[in-house]
Structure formats: structure tokens, C-alpha cells
Ligand binder design. Structure first.
Ligand SMILES: *Cc1c(COP(=O)(O)O)cnc(C)c1O
Length: 398
């Protein structure tokens, strides 16, 4: 008989009862170092007092009122995001896929409003991941996810990642804009070259199309800046965020310049839950912490410490790992042996990680990870690698 919980995931046989910082504890007393962070989502780790207090306090006052009324917590959060980014205006929703739907809609609507209703197509990249709604399946363009779900939603074209000529060739009279992840997460932890991002910005300006960034995974401090595109010194026209924004509370958003946002006037887009007082209280608490003096530089420093260790381990075990890759704390190891085998070996050492495309493993800890957590993780990764060596080599290495 089918499980009551629909069997859409290959779940590990682990159930966590509580967490503290970067550690998760099972009911039977085992503890795991969480370098998955609920897929780059538990940005402040587990049981962060400022965040849990904010949620508890808001839950006691009022959780939900609907967008029929003003929501002061949402106004505060939007103002803070506007102050700290390229954006002039923010729309709150509930997930990454929904944020990307909104990003697509605002690009189309702005082109339409500017007299170009024919410009509705979006150029996306091979290896992308934008979510699981019907339109975002088409934006993702991965046959594995599309198969069996009927005709693909029209309006998305795909070109190779980091290839400017292919991108320019794909721009046509119907192109509304481009959507790219500055660091591909699910697709295999692949960063876009900074120069490629700058070239995309210039190309969008040249053709009168919009640059949309999917920072659902790489944003919210994960690369050591609040948003990953800041490393390239560019500004998009619109950006989607989710995952880490509320530290594990479900939330998404898209942020846009006024030139785009003015086209989503009252009645053109909406959501019941999006930006409710509880979600916004959580996100405000997360931003309080991330915008504290020194928090992001500290993420950058710690990520470099981890990176140096990862690179050394990858070099030490060429039969297990091809390379370390990624940016900031969105990093990983491209594996030679099957990544599931590596993931299991890490778990046997007490380290949680997340698989990714191109046979990679993601190591994406909470941003509050400590130096000693990092050193412990590196030791577990090294011992995990020993477990994955072909048996004759394993004897020699020990
Ligand atoms: C996770 C993810 C999404 C989808 O987010 P959901 O909240 O699962 O809908 C979209 N884009 C990127 C880059 C992601 O990592």
C-alpha cells in the first residue's frame, strides 16, 4: 500500500527531533553536523534565539491578516531589502518557484506595457533549476522533471551556461529577458563567470531586454555578500529570492526596479499567504542578523577557510573527487565515484550534505557555522573520502 505521505522523495532514514546551531539531533540521541541546511535554507542554523523569539512573539500577536490590509512587518522588510539592494520595490510570496513565476510575469508585463506584447520569451541556461510549477519546469528545461506532465509551457529557450555567443544568437524579436542563477545550485554547483554576468548586463541593455537573476539559493548572504551578483558589480532588473530569506520559515520574494515594478499595478498579481505578518517577522529577524556589522565579511572569511580545506582534500583524493567548486558557502565536490556513495560515506561520519547535478555533492552549511564546525566537517569529509577509496588504495592511504 502506498505511504500516506506521497512518495515523491528518496528520503534518508533519519528523523531529527531538534537542532542547535549547525547540529541536528535524532530522537535516539545521534547528532549530525548539518552541511545541507535544509538545502541552503536554515541560514541562521537551528534554534537561533533572535529568529525563534521573533516567530514566537509574532505568532502570539497575529499570524495572518491577508493582503486586503496593510502589513507593517512586510513594509519594514521591503524597505530594508530596497535599502540594501538595486531594487525599488518588492513582492512577497511563499517559495522559490513562485518567486520565479512572478519574475517571469513582471518581465512579460513590463515589455507589454512598454508597447512590446510580442516580447514574452525568456532565455534560460542549460543546467538551470528554477522550480517545479508547470512554467518553472519549462524554465528549468530538464527532461527528467518534464517527462509525463504534458506539453511543456511555451516561452522558454535554453542556451549553454557561460557562453555569450550562444546567448546572443538566441535573442530574437520575441525575447523579453534572461533568467540566470549567478551560481547554479541543483545543476551542479557551477558559478557563472563574473565577466559573463557583466556581459549579460550589457547585452540586455543593448537589446532592450531584462536581466532576471534567480538568487533563490545563492542569495541571502550565502556567497559572503547579501546577493551573489554583487561580486560582479552589476545590478539586475529583477531578482527572485527564497530559501534562506526567513531562516527556514517558508517565504519567497521578487525584487524589481521601478521601471518594471510600476507595471504590476493593483490587481495584476497576488497571493493569499505571501508576506503575512509571521513570515515577515521571521525574515526581518534574519535580515537583522545578516545586516549586523561584520556578519557578511565573517561569512566570506569562514567560506574561504572551508574552501582551502576542500581544495586540499579534493587534491588528496583524485580517485574520489574531480574538483572542489562553487562560491562562498554554496560549494561542493564534483565526484568521480557516484555522489550517492560519497553522501552516504559523509553521513556515516556524521555529516549531512546534499546531492547535485553533474555527480556533485553540495556542502552548504548555515551561515552561522563556526571555525570549529568547519574543521570538524573537513575531518569528516576526509574520513568519508577514505571510505570511498577503491579497497586496495584505502589500505595504502591509511
Ligand atoms: C530551490 C530553488 C528553486 C525552487 O524553490 P522552491 O522553494 O523549492 O519552489 C528555484 N530556484 C533555485 C535556484 C533554487 O535553488
Amino acid at each position: 500500500m502506498i505511504a500516506a505521505l506521497m512518495p515523491t522523495y528518496n528520503r534518508a532514514d533519519l528523523a531529527f527531533e531538534r537542532g542547535e546551531g549547525c547540529w541536528l539531533y535524532t530522537a535516539d540521541g545521534r547528532r549530525f553536523l548539518d552541511f545541507g541546511a535544509g538545502i541552503a535554507t536554515s541560514s541562521l542554523g537551528h534554534g537561533h534565539k533572535h529568529l525563534t523569539d521573533a516567530i514566537a512573539e509574532q505568532a502570539h500577536k497575529v499570524m495572518h491578516v491577508s493582503n486586503l490590509y496593510r502589513v507593517p512587518q512586510a513594509e519594514t522588510l521591503a524597505a530594508s531589502l530596497v535599502e540594501n539592494t538595486f531594487a525599488d520595490s518588492v513582492f512577497f510570496c511563499n517559495s522559490g518557484a513562485e518567486a520565479n513565476e512572478g519574475m517571469t510575469k513582471i518581465m512579460r508585463k513590463a515589455q507589454h506595457g512598454n508597447g512590446h506584447p510580442e516580447r514574452y520569451r525568456i532565455i534560460c541556461f542549460e543546467g538551470a533549476f528554477h522550480g517545479r510549477t508547470l512554467a518553472m519546469l519549462a524554465a528549468t528545461g530538464n527532461a527528467k522533471y518534464l517527462n509525463g506532465f504534458g506539453p511543456e509551457v511555451d516561452g522558454f529557450d535554453h542556451v549553454p551556461f557561460n557562453n555569450l555567443n550562444a546567448l546572443r544568437d538566441a535573442i530574437g524579436p520575441q525575447t523579453a529577458g534572461i533568467i540566470i542563477e549567478p551560481v547554479q545550485g541543483e545543476g551542479g554547483v557551477r558559478p557563472a563567470q563574473l565577466q559573463f554576468l557583466r556581459d549579460l548586463r550589457a547585452t540586455c541593455d543593448e537589446f532592450g531586454i531584462y536581466l532576471g537573476l534567480d538568487e533563490v539559493q545563492c542569495g541571502m548572504g550565502r556567497t559572503g555578500k547579501l546577493f551573489a551578483h554583487e561580486w560582479a558589480g552589476i545590478a539586475p532588473d529583477v531578482m527572485s529570492i527564497a530559501k534562506g530569506i526567513a531562516g527556514g520559515f517558508p517565504m519567497g520574494a521578487f525584487l524589481a526596479t521601478e521601471a518594471l515594478a510600476k507595471h504590476l499595478y493593483a490587481g495584476t498579481h497576488g497571493t493569499t499567504f505571501g508576506g503575512n505578518p509571521l513570515a515577515c517577522a521571521a525574515a526581518n529577524a534574519v535580515l537583522d542578523v545578516m545586516l549586523e556589522d561584520g556578519f557578511l565579511p565573517e561569512v566570506d572569511r569562514k567560506a574561504r577557510r572551508f574552501w582551502h580545506g576542500l581544495v586540499a582534500i579534493a587534491a588528496e583524493f583524485p580517485t574520489v573527487f574531480e574538483e572542489a567548486r562553487g562560491a562562498g558557502f554554496l560549494v561542493g565536490l564534483k565526484c568521480v565515484v557516484p555522489n550517492t556513495e560519497v553522501q552516504n560515506a559523509f553521513a556515516a561520519e556524521g555529516l549531512l550534505s546534499v546531492g547535485a547535478g553533474e555527480n556533485a555533492i553540495r556542502l552548504i552549511p548555515p551561515l552561522v557555522v563556526t571555525d570549529s564546525d568547519i574543521d570538524e566537517a573537513l575531518a569528516m569529509i576526509r574520513r568519508g573520502a577514505l571510505r570511498c577509496l577503491p579497497s586496495d588504495l584505502s589500505v595504502a592511504a591509511k
